[in-house]
Design a protein around this ligand. Sequence first.
Ligand SMILES: Nc1ncnc2c1ncn2[C@@H]1O[C@H](COP(=O)(O)OP(=O)(O)OP(=O)(O)O)[C@@H](O)[C@H]1O
Ligand SMILES: [Mg+2]
Length: 206
Amino acid sequence: MSASDSAIGAEATVSRTVFLGRDAVRKSRPPKSYRLPELDRRIRSVRTRSEARLMREARRAGVRTPCVYDIDLADCSIVMERVVGPTAKEAIASDPERAPEIAARIGEAVARLHSAGICHGDLTTSNMIVLPDGEVCLIDFSMGCSKASLEEIGVDVRLLERAFGSAHAGMDEALESMMKAYFEGIPDADAVRKKLADIDNRGRYT
Ligand SMILES: Nc1ncnc2c1ncn2[C@@H]1O[C@H](COP(=O)(O)OP(=O)(O)OP(=O)(O)O)[C@@H](O)[C@H]1O
Ligand SMILES: [Mg+2]
């Protein structure tokens, strides 16, 4: 989070709070005036509910995600555990030598997520927090889905690769170690590789 203890993304506001004595953050989705009010309310409440549900499901599947403490559908906010650590983007930028190791932990976390049939929808290194023990905690599940199809999984992987490649240009070794850990961690690597080839071909000919 920024020095002001508040980070404002495209849609959400994240601020520090305390929940029953625990260090926490509140992620809220304020109304957007450019949307029709009824539609806006629906989008905000669907994203809030879906984000909290996916975080819980991922956690149950052994993926490190913030523990959800409370959800308030009236103001579309989630109160969750505050995970302490730099984002993967910050960690890699501040210590490039650790990039391959951090990247491998990212690959493992995403593999576990996909093995549980959950896709994330926004796998950038800003949506990952590196814990003191090196494990990677995934955050920001608002664009994700459960019961993901092979297509959805494939798109998630391509986005992960692209986001990593553009945020950390030139770190080919790290990118490779991320993908190696990912393919080692999923049950049917061949099916996903084939799907990625399909996605690439489609991009080339459409
Ligand atoms: N549980 C948490 N613990 C610590 N920091 C967090 C937590 N959740 C979010 N943050 C910080 O706030 C930033 C923004 O959070 P997040 O990525 O969830 O929202 P967003 O990108 O603004 O929202 P969205 O994409 O859903 O509109 C993160 O990059 C991270 O620095
Ligand atoms: Mg984010």
